[in-house]
Design a protein around this ligand. Structure first.
Ligand SMILES: *Cc1c(COP(=O)(O)O)cnc(C)c1O
Ligand SMILES: [Zn+2]
Length: 422
């Protein structure tokens, strides 16, 4: 297992702590083929289902041979993963996609998929003897970093854009005990600063440019394939911001085929918000140029104007014959209201995946009889502010608004309302 620069091909030891190659390229982990492949590797992974305790009880470390085979006893785990794969008729009907499945990554320990990457990257920080770890974040990476740094006993530094972070996420960072630095600037400014801090102050960087984050996030796809008994869906649909997940999904599928876990791979669909769609714009011109933007969307987790894992994302979309699409904030909020009212719930960015499914079905890109797995990336309670805005404050009142009703303390008032409900 080595690290290799995706731009110039330079090779680095697995234990090299640098955040990127001096040439500016990002590093990727390269795995030799594991000693078991194909059906034997599937059987090994399947044999660990239901492990009661220890690292192998994690939905990340169950796949350790193709995630971080050198981690040994240093694993820092919650444990994470083991998220449900749901089918909900009201959501399928709304998206006009009968074969729609929801992989709910909001059911991770800190409420987002970021825990899958963080368990591996903080494990690596421990192996390297790092005294401090840092990240720039729209919130969830920080919440996750704070929790895992606390478990590992390493100091955590979280850089957030002023005014751009949902309440639930900021609360987590403070509560788990990382130091929160509020930066006067947007996410892209935070990430630039975090990279400089890592370079100049020797702090270990835990953003998704970190190749070990990517290794952990691959397990969303590995676990999904395992839940489908290694029979891949036609599509995997994911919200796309900094493109860490898009990149990780592409790598997971590439390796799953190379190691014989599956014989064909699903197509990837990356979904961006219209106001934060630099990747979608590049997709439309055949990825010839980058189109950095000043990002604006209700979905703060994907409010990113210049995605760091751009090149990795391009590779993932190309290799899977994938697509990149956009949805409006109104579509995101409607999809979210449907997912929430189904009793499932998710944060706004997550709903972009389901809104994207509906759009791709309408455009005839996804066919009505295809099986589609949409990833819900974060938990409903991450962003309580937006829920209140939608149901109480938004004008004109949105179609699915469900505001509380104030009454006098009398049974007659309740009975009058009950009749109306029926
Ligand atoms: C981080 C995050 C995203 C964006 O993922 P990328 O890997 O940056 O593309 C989407 N949704 C939620 C809830 C997130 O926390
Ligand atoms: Zn390089």
């Amino acid at each position: 297992m080595i690290q290799r620069c995706a731009a110039c091909g330079a090779e680095y030891a697995e234990s090299d702590p640098r955040a990127e190659c001096p040439c500016g390229g990002l590093l990727d982990i390269e795995h030799p083929a594991p000693s078991l492949t194909g059906g034997e590797l599937r059987a090994l992974f399947d044999s660990r289902l239901g492990e009661p305790t220890g690292a192998l009880a994690s939905g990340v470390w169950r796949f350790r041979e193709i995630v971080h085979p050198a981690a040994g006893n240093d694993v820092v785990t919650w444990p994470e993963g083991n998220t449900p794969l749901l089918s909900r008729e009201v959501v399928s009907r709304w998206a006009a996609c009968p074969g729609l499945l929801l992989k709910h990554e909001g059911q991770n320990p800190t409420g987002s998929f970021k825990d899958r990457g963080m368990t591996v990257a903080v494990t690596q920080a421990r192996r390297l003897g790092a005294s401090a770890v840092a990240c720039a974040t729209t919130g969830n990476t920080g919440a996750s970093l704070a929790a895992y740094a606390a478990i590992a006993g390493i100091a955590g530094l979280v850089l957030v854009p002023r005014g751009g972070v949902a309440a639930g996420k900021l609360a987590q960072v403070m509560a788990y005990g990382a130091r929160t630095l509020v930066v006067r600037g947007d996410f892209d400014a935070c990430l630039r600063l975090a990279r400089e801090v890592a370079e100049e102050l020797g702090v270990y960087l835990l953003n998704s440019i970190n190749p070990f984050r990517v290794e952990g996030q691959k397990t969303i796809v590995l676990e999904l394939l395992q839940q489908l008994r290694w029979d891949p869906p036609a599509w995997i649909v994911v919200p796309a911001g900094n493109l860490g997940n898009t990149a990780a999904f592409g790598k997971a599928l590439r390796e799953a085929r190379a190691f014989g876990l599956v014989s064909r791979v699903p197509r990837l669909a990356a979904v961006q918000a219209e106001g934060a769609a630099p990747f979608a714009q590049s997709f439309r011109d055949g990825f010839r140029t980058r189109h950095p933007v000043t990002a604006e969307t209700v979905a703060s987790a994907i409010r990113i104007g210049d995605p760091a894992s751009f090149d990795r994302g391009v590779r993932a979309i190309r290799e899977t014959n994938g697509v990149v699409t956009t949805v409006s904030d109104a579509e995101i909020m409607e999809a979210k209201a449907v997912i929430d009212a189904a009793g499932v719930g998710c944060e706004p960015a997550s709903a972009a995946s389901v809104a994207g499914v509906r759009r791709l079905v309408r455009e005839g890109v996804i066919w009505a009889d295809e099986q589609v797995a949409a990833v819900l990336t974060g938990h409903l309670l991450k962003d309580p502010g937006i829920v209140t805005w939608y149901h109480v404050d938004a004008q004109p009142r949105p179609p699915l608004a469900n505001p509380p009703i104030e009454i006098e303390a009398r049974v007659s008032e309740v009975s009058r309302l009950l009749k109306k409900e029926r």
